[in-house]
Design a protein around this ligand. Structure first.
Ligand code: IPM
Ligand code: MG
Length: 359
């Protein structure tokens, strides 16, 4: 039997509660599908930092490289300097493991979940590929003469040909694969701001050049401001989107709202063929922590993405089918803390539905 070594970081706030429901779904499919998981827990979080002053040490990053995957709940604590622990854990994983793809599927399971009028599930089904190791997240920059009237703050957007090209190539491949699965013509949309930020032209050129190897994939383009407009006006136009780190961060929160809220959105931080990390895209939501009210569907869906990545396609699909059924049937009426269902109840419903659906 295959055994996967999976690092688990529950993290802060609602993180541990929702992660536990993701693991519950994972355990439920494991036995049926004939694989096993060895879960290795890690304590790193804002909470842990307040107690120990410890961030993620380099040796732990090294240890993570030896796992099959990492599963993360949420990081962020109101009493810790903003971003300190997020940069250590989340960016530590993304940069330390070179997880250059941040894959964020956006899929509407039921019309009533979407805040837009008259938009149907078939209108919202696309995936955003966010470049995950460069751009304005490069951590290059700083502050000079802090707190004085002459203060200067700089940050450098880094776009390497390699970094841009590997994200774009992944986009073309995914566009092809999705088109084959869905029976639609393949389309890839590049989102940048090459009109105002001229160095984004590196994206424009790489997109066109790599695109020559994919003549079957239609090339589409939107500046990021227009992209937010189109995502609201004509979300059905999008199939696969590839974009920079910061723009991907922003447009996927918009995408999450289109599919019913932060409670449902999941993501994979991926380096194909190497240890990758899976997490819901929401944060630690301190106000809901410990109350058993947070929606765990983002974490459960992240567990499904992790299984898909590990090659356990059937197990992944079973979790996905259960989520789709529970939301489209209205049995789970909303993907937020006001669904009237507790975190653990939703986890149980997913497990029960998987048992009903069988193999
Ligand atoms: C996300 C988050 C992170 C990001 C934060 C927590 C550093 O917003 O995964 O989208 O900006 O990437
Ligand atoms: Mg974000």
């Amino acid at each position: 039997m295959t055994t996967y070594n999976i690092g688990v970081l529950g993290g802060d706030g609602i993180g541990p509660e929702v992660a536990e429901q993701g693991l519950k779904a994972l355990r439920a499919v494991m036995a049926d599908e004939g694989f096993d998981c060895n879960l290795v827990e890690y304590p790193y979080s804002g909470e842990y930092y307040l107690k120990t002053k410890e961030l993620v040490p380099e040796r732990v990053i090294e240890e993570w490289r030896g796992l099959d995957a990492v599963f993360l709940g949420a990081i962020g604590h109101p009493d810790v300097e903003p971003g300190l622990v997020e940069r250590s854990v989340i960016l530590g994983l993304r940069f330390g493991l070179d997880l250059y793809i941040n894959l964020r599927p956006i899929k509407l399971y039921a019309e009533h979940l979407c805040p837009l009028k008259g938009v149907k599930p078939e209108d919202i089904d696309f995936t955003v590929i966010r470049e995950n190791t460069e751009g304005l997240y490069s951590q290059i920059g700083g502050i000079l003469k802090k707190g004085t009237p002459d203060e200067v703050a700089t940050v450098t957007g880094v776009y390497t040909r390699n970094g841009v090209e590997r994200a774009i190539r992944y986009g073309y491949e995914l566009a092809r694969q999705r088109a084959a699965e869905l029976g639609k013509p393949p389309r890839l949309t590049l989102v940048d701001k090459a009109n105002a930020i001229r160095p984004h032209d590196i994206w424009t050129r790489a997109f066109a050049e790599v695109g020559q190897e994919y003549p079957d994939v239609e090339q589409d383009h939107a500046y990021v401001d227009a992209c937010t407009m189109w995502m609201v006006k004509n979300p059905d136009w999008f199939e696969v989107v590839v974009t920079t780190n910061l723009f991907g961060d922003i447009i996927t929160d918009l995408g999450a709202m289109l599919q019913g809220g932060m409670g449902i959105a999941a993501s994979g931080n991926i380096h194909p063929g190497k240890t990758s990390m899976f997490e819901p895209i929401h944060g630690s939501a301190p106000k809901y922590a410990g109350k058993n009210v947070a929606c765990p569907l983002g974490a459960i869906s992240a567990a499904s993405m992790m299984l898909d990545f590990l090659g356990e396609k059937k197990a992944a699909q079973r979790i996905e089918n259960a989520i789709a059924y529970l939301l489209s049937s209205g049995k789970i009426p909303s993907a937020d803390a006001r669904s009237g269902l507790s975190t653990t109840q939703i986890g149980d419903m997913v497990v029960e539905r998987m048992a009903e659906l069988g193999e």
